[in-house]
Design a protein around this ligand. Structure first.
Ligand SMILES: [Zn+2]
Length: 50
């Protein structure tokens, strides 16, 4: 079984599957939306490398 990466919501501290919370934008920004509390964070910087 494939284990999906998860993220802890900074608002309600629920653990959510990453793929359900992140929406990629065409400008390469990512929006995090928590399915539990529906809070969202925009302009998440994703870094590749390191
Ligand atoms: Zn939340």
């Amino acid at each position: 079984m494939k284990k999906e990466p998860t993220v802890i919501c900074p608002f309600c501290h629920e653990q959510e599957v990453l793929s359900k919370t992140l929406t990629a934008q065409s400008n390469q920004n990512v929006i995090f939306t928590c399915p539990s509390c529906l809070e969202s964070i925009t302009n998440i910087e994703t870094s590749k490398g390191d």
